[in-house]
Design a protein around this ligand. Structure first.
Ligand code: TXA
Ligand code: MG
Length: 313
């Protein structure tokens, strides 16, 4: 990762550089109308893993994929009438829609945290729109702050928290809304408010003509609270050095298995493989034994996720 974080301006050169960095798997913070996001190519698992590393996030929760327009959004998900109504009314803008993924979508499983839905948003900020249009692909972006700190609304906030840990920040002044996007779930029969945010609930309900059902007091959904969060069907045993009886082994480093998260012991690589490998082993319909993962850096988020997968259900 970059030792020195470049500050880029919202001009043709700055945009070209930011898009080039994203294309090469690097992290670029950019302004949206809500808060500054920490962007990575949403199709590149290693790049998305670096977002977690840079933020020091202790757990993997699913991220929002940012797109230049609704046409690109439609290419990743099973679109619906409600999605069309909300996208027409509020995109670009501070609204995120959670929709079922299409098969072969090509997004990193670290963006979706292994779920079969994805959160999509088309931001309105001119710098974000220009960057997304130039880059041409989906950009995963949580708020550009270290984990547990306040969301950044200026490039100076971003630098205060992440200088030296990300390749660049695209500086275009303060954000207008200062509050994260409103998240609406459209993956079940009734539309659901998953997070209150920059777009009022009433505006969404007026457009849809139906009330939203509310989840957990409309607060931010903590990763572990997602009832649908992915867990393998079979038993999961952690800190295993070899497989027993029926088990299939998920290896790490020198501890070999049917699949290995990272033979070289690289935690970024391991994070990017985590959900995909768990899905593949789960498909074998046998209990899963997992090699020890060091509890440092991204290893903490990996272990958090593995503990949830192993928890009794
Ligand atoms: O305003 C915003 O939305 C900012 C800017 C940068 O766009 N981004 C942001 O991202 O707030 P983040 O990663 O901090 O928040 C993502 C939220 C989390 O609360 C997560 O649980 C939810 O989106 N989320 C993502 N995918 C989901 C899914 N498939 N189902 C349910 N919730 C999901
Ligand atoms: Mg955040």
């Amino acid at each position: 990762m970059a030792d020195q974080t470049e500050t880029l301006k919202f001009d043709p050169q700055g945009i070209a550089r930011a898009a080039e960095l994203l294309s090469s798997g690097q992290l670029v913070a950019f302004p949206t109308e809500t808060v500054y996001g920490l962007g990575a190519d949403a199709r590149d698992g290693d790049a998305v893993a670096r977002v977690y590393a840079a933020k020091g996030r202790p757990s993997f929760n699913p991220l929002i994929a940012h797109l230049a327009d609704a046409d690109l959004a439609r290419s990743y998900v099973q679109w619906s009438d409600m999605a069309e109504i909300l996208a027409t009314a509020f995109w670009p803008g501070p609204l995120t829609l959670v929709l079922p993924l299409k098969p072969g979508h090509g997004l990193s499983t670290l963006v979706t945290a292994g779920l079969d839905t994805v959160a999509l948003r088309v931001p309105a900020h001119p710098a974000a729109r220009t960057l997304l249009g130039t880059f041409g692909g989906p950009v995963a972006a949580p708020s550009a702050n270290p984990s547990g700190r306040i969301s950044p609304t200026t490039a100076a906030h971003v630098m205060a928290g992440l200088a030296g840990r990300i390749a660049a920040v695209l500086d275009d002044g303060p954000c207008d809304v200062g509050l994260e996007s409103t998240i609406v779930g459209l993956d079940s029969a009734t539309p659901t408010l998953l997070r209150a945010g920059g777009l009022p609930q009433e505006a969404v309900e007026a457009a849809l003509g139906v009330p939203l059902s509310i989840v957990s007091g409309a607060d931010v959904i903590a990763p572990g609270q997602l009832a649908s969060h992915y867990a393998p069907r079979g038993r999961v045993r952690l800190n295993a050095t070899s497989a027993q009886a029926e088990e299939v082994m998920l290896g790490f480093g020198p501890v070999e298995g049917v699949l290995n998260l990272s033979r070289s012991g690289d935690l970024v690589e391991a994070a990017s493989h985590l959900f995909d490998h768990l899905h593949r082993l789960d498909a074998m319909e046998r209990p899963i034994a997992v090699a020890p993962i060091p509890d440092r850096g991204l290893g903490r988020a990996i272990n958090d996720r593995l503990r949830r997968a192993a928890a009794p259900r």
